[in-house]
Design a protein around this ligand. Structure first.
Ligand code: ASN
Ligand code: ZN
Length: 327
């Protein structure tokens, strides 16, 4: 179906991204207060050459193009979460430039991280509006860069679904932090703002209720499972979403949602910190980690940082059990 673009992955160049993993211990060192992101927003002007014309660099004024402003602001909010909450200066913790391109292609209904930069289409206008409309989607794409520089999760099968899931997690956390929402009041939807009224659905994905985001005559039905029992086994090739990486991400998404809402309060604080530590702590997870290994690693992260808060560990175990994983 021509409209699956917003839901399934963009076709990526065949080769794996370069190994750019770096070690980082989370908030061990603070980012200086005066530090800023180094954003660079480009305009592909409907073409596919990247990065396109530079239209707004860090500190430049608004251009009048909403897509440019949304990308610039969204990258800033994502950098702020990493820097101010987790003590990380950009994707590599060394102030890496944050390049993004808007107006990519014609009616291009997707967004992606290409190993070096973020890329956003304008949508087809019929089902999807511009992919910069949802802050959580901008943060999701940038998080693919964070994963590349940290755990390097292989983009296939369970490790691929974990890669997808942690990007939904940080996407939601950026959005909740900007809106000042507690875990209980947030909608936990990904891409709610980029669907047109024509779509019978609320968003691209629901972390609170995977599998219920949309049910549309053209787009089909949200295929996400929320429990390991419903894991969708697909061939590990690009025609099958690399083994359903955007499908089975519903399982760890649900676990994070249960963890954050179980703890209550601001999801980016304790729950987000545990997920961040799991990604960014050297050697905590192998690139090809499965759900069970990742779940065990989150428990290790929680034990390390919240040793004196047993409710964090209990809530985490219950959350994983709710998604079908015993840790
Ligand atoms: N929007 C998709 C994503 O970031 C595109 C992709 O998979 N490359 O997951
Ligand atoms: Zn993704």
């Amino acid at each position: 179906a021509p409209l699956q673009g917003g839901i399934l992955p963009a076709t990526m160049p065949g080769q794996a991204p370069p190994d750019t993993r770096r070690e980082g211990m989370g908030s061990a060192t603070a980012v200086p207060e005066e530090a800023t992101p180094r954003r660079r927003v480009h305009d592909a002007e409907g073409g596919t050459a990247l990065p396109g014309r530079l239209v707004r660099a860090e500190g430049d004024p608004e251009t009048g193009d909403p897509a440019v402003g949304e990308a610039y602001d969204g990258l800033g909010s994502t950098w702020e979460l990493l820097a101010r909450v987790y003590g990380r200066d950009s994707l590599d913790d060394r102030g890496l430039l944050l390049p993004a391109t808007v107006h990519y292609g014609q009616s291009y209904a997707n967004a992606f991280w290409d190993g070096r930069q973020m890329v956003f289409g304008d949508g087809d206008g019929l089902y999807f509006t511009g992919f910069t409309r949802s802050l959580d989607v901008i943060a999701h794409e940038l998080c693919h860069g964070l994963v590349q520089y940290t755990a390097g999760l292989t983009y296939v099968g369970q490790s691929g679904a974990l890669n997808e899931s942690v990007c939904d997690v940080f996407g939601a956390l950026v959005s909740q932090r900007v809106r000042g929402q507690d875990a209980q009041e947030a909608d936990w939807l990904i891409g709610a703002d980029l669907l047109t009224d024509r779509v019978q659905g609320r968003a691209l994905r629901s972390m609170a209720d995977p599998g219920t985001a949309y049910d549309d005559p053209v787009l089909g039905r949200d295929p996400q499972p929320a429990h390991l029992d419903d894991f969708v086994d697909l061939p590990h090739d690009a025609d099958n979403d690399n083994g359903g990486v955007h499908i089975n991400s519903g399982i760890p998404n649900k676990a994070f949602h249960l963890f954050a809402t179980g703890l209550g309060g601001r999801a980016w604080e304790r729950a987000g910190q545990v997920w961040y530590d799991t990604l960014a702590t050297r050697g905590r997870i192998p690139r090809d980690v499965g759900f069970a290994g990742f779940a065990a690693a989150t428990l290790e992260s929680a034990q390390e940082r919240y040793a004196d808060e047993p409710e964090v560990l209990d809530t985490l175990r219950e959350a994983w059990a709710g998604a079908g994983l015993e840790v």
